[in-house]
Design a protein. Structure first.
Length: 64
């Protein structure tokens, strides 16, 4: 079994390596970007859908 000092140094080194790693950073950025694009797309489709519905219903209502 290793000494408490060696264990503490190894743990400190592991924590330091953990915070220096940037492997998952790109994946998180892409995920956030995809979520933002999805939210904007849903808003745009909803707005366009409402406009198209209103235009068609206005045309149908004027026919009767």
């Amino acid at each position: 079994m290793s000494s408490p000092v060696a264990f503490a140094l190894e743990r400190a080194a592991a924590v330091r390596r953990f915070f220096q790693q940037q492997d998952g950073q790109d994946l998180i950025e892409y995920g956030l970007l995809m979520a933002l694009i999805a939210i904007i797309a849903m808003g745009a489709v909803s707005t366009v859908g409402n406009v198209v519905t209103n235009v068609f219903w206005a045309t149908i209502a004027s026919s009767f």
